[in-house]
Design a protein around this ligand. Structure first.
Ligand SMILES: *[C@@H]1O[C@H](CO)[C@@H](O)[C@H](O)[C@H]1NC(C)=O
Length: 528
């Protein structure tokens, strides 16, 4: 499921956001151009204006306060361009929040003729303006003069320039289609030989060049024909810098890329200067296959949450392979920093032949409560013990549904503590991982029957109390048992499975909301 695919990236992003949460200073900016909306006038405004960007915020949310002056500035700039910037206090208008599935703050939605899409731009005024300009304007700009070309060369984002025979021909159309689709690149088109030369293009039409400000500045498209597939793959391969330095600003381009494998190099500034040539050289071989990232250890604020996510101390230089999609697999690199060795590791990484690394807390010294504590390292011994029927709850310390479940789970374990064939266990899923555990939310409760440990575990579905889980165990235990369990009463209104909820394990917005909440020490989020 889509939510799960982005899971690990999302935890990482959220952890990052947590540490960079800033408390904004008192309002010393002018919000006159930000339109305030409520339930009564929302629909009217978004349907009577072609382009509207809406921010759903909560008054207590730190990220919203940080965004406010930037948003106000962008609103003033964009007002003259026919774009409305609006905001909704989602704690006051929770019905609107629900209608648009707002789970964290701030959430920005982009409305075109009343239809909305997520906003995926940055949070600085100029980034908002650039994103909106791109979404509301033509996707490709025509360069008519050398003066225009010089302006285009000043643009900070990567630019792609196509030289075509005619601005009306099929190649020009192919570039327009590409411009509509690709994020993070500004597209330009010209039919003028002199203009083309300004961008380093020769006399051949069609031709295309991609220019960046960073190392390896120029990439030239070398196919004879402008086919959609070849163009897309060229842009995907070349639009990112060879090595991206990890930050809140660059995180979306890393995690929302179609390239789902990453190298994360954790290194201090001096150390990186030594490794840089090797790392960049290796990166050239994996363009379009692996994103090469630098996590600068000198920038503690940014590095700390990423280190924590990978269970690293940050004391020494370390390279990790990471696949944020799927289940967020991690691969540790122990080789030396030579181009050959890195390439070798990269090829195995791409071919999926490396052994993943799973994080774990230390095995606790005592473990004699009725609910047994499982960590990554003790998973095999406890959960995969073939002689036991094992029920495992994977939880997160901050998850409200898990806290609600806890007394019931403890009660179940207490009632079953004399049944030797059954183990009731729990694992903190934020600090421990195992290849057999795939979770889509917290809590996830799964059952590993005795004698069938190689099979997929059975989901306990949505049973969330001692009676329901007891009934589930009675039905599924491989070794029959007797115990005095509370009687399970079928919920009245339901037709099929009883319904329970799991909190989105790693939903970016939700986690962000949660973290904001922690930072602000408030319970307001629950009202949503
Ligand atoms: C929309 O309604 C809200 C109250 O729900 C009000 O505060 C706001 O000023 C209204 N905005 C406009 C543009 O009329």
């Amino acid at each position: 499921m889509a939510q799960w695919r982005r899971s690990a990236a999302v935890v990482l992003l959220a952890m990052l956001c947590y540490t960079v949460a800033v408390s904004a200073s008192a309002a010393d900016f002018d919000e006159k151009d930000v339109v305030v909306l409520g339930a009564g006038n929302f629909t009217d405004l978004v349907s009577s204006n072609k382009f509207v960007l809406v921010e759903f915020y909560a008054p207590w949310c730190g990220h919203c306060q940080t965004l406010a002056p930037e948003y106000a500035k962008a609103a003033t700039i964009l007002k003259g361009e026919g774009v409305v910037l609006a905001k909704v206090d989602a704690t006051e208008h929770s019905d609107l929040g629900q209608q648009f599935q707002v789970r964290g703050f701030p959430t920005l939605l982009w409305f075109v003729n009343g239809e909305h899409k997520p906003y995926s731009g940055g949070r600085k005024a100029e980034e908002i303006v650039a994103w909106v300009a791109k979404k509301s304007g033509p996707s490709v700009q025509i360069v008519k003069s050398v003066a225009d070309a010089e302006k285009a060369l000043e643009v900070e984002t990567p630019i792609a320039v196509a030289y075509v025979k005619s601005l009306e021909d099929k190649d020009a159309k192919a570039i327009a289609a590409l411009g509509d689709k690709e994020e993070g690149v500004a597209f330009y088109l010209t039919d003028d030989k002199e203009v083309a030369a300004k961008f380093g293009l020769g006399e051949k039409t069609p031709s295309l060049v991609l220019l960046k400000k960073e190392a390896e500045k120029t990439a030239t498209f070398d196919e004879a024909e402008f086919t959609e597939e070849a163009l897309s793959s060229f842009v995907l391969k070349n639009k990112l810098p060879l090595v991206i330095t990890f930050s809140r600003e660059t995180a979306p381009s890393i995690f929302e890329s179609d390239i789902n494998k990453q190298f994360l190099l954790f290194a201090g500034t001096d150390e990186y200067e030594k490794i840089r040539p090797v790392y960049e050289e290796a990166a050239k071989s994996f363009k379009g296959r692996i994103i090469f990232v630098l996590v600068d250890l000198a920038n503690r604020e940014v590095a700390a949450p990423v280190l924590e996510f990978f269970s690293l101390s940050g004391e020494k230089t370390k390279l990790m392979g990471f696949v944020p999609e799927e289940s967020g697999l991690k691969f540790g690199y122990d080789g030396d920093f030579s181009v050959d060795s890195l390439k070798n590791f990269g090829e195995k990484f791409v071919a999926n032949t490396l052994e993943p690394f799973f994080k774990s807390e230390d095995i606790p010294e005592t473990n004699d409560e009725p609910v047994k504590v499982v960590v990554g390292k003790s998973f095999e011994d406890i959960v995969l013990d073939d002689s036991k029927d094992v029920l495992l709850e994977v939880y997160a310390p901050w998850c409200g549904h898990c806290q609600q479940l806890e007394p019931e789970y403890n009660k179940l374990a207490e009632l079953l503590k004399d049944v030797k064939s059954i183990v009731i266990a729990k694992m903190d899923g934020t600090k421990n991982e195992h290849g057999r555990v795939k979770i889509e939310g917290f809590p996830t409760i799964m059952f590993f029957p005795a004698g069938k440990k190689t099979e997929e575990p059975i989901s306990a579905g949505s049973y969330r109390d001692a009676a329901g889980l007891g009934k589930f165990l009675k039905e599924n235990a491989a070794i029959k048992f007797e115990a005095n369990l509370p009687e399970y009463v079928e919920p009245a209104q339901e037709e099929g499975e009883p319904e329970g909820e799991a909190e989105g394990a790693f939903n970016y917005d939700e986690e962000l909301g949660h973290l904001d909440q922690t930072v602000e020490e408030t319970d307001d989020k629950d009202e949503l």
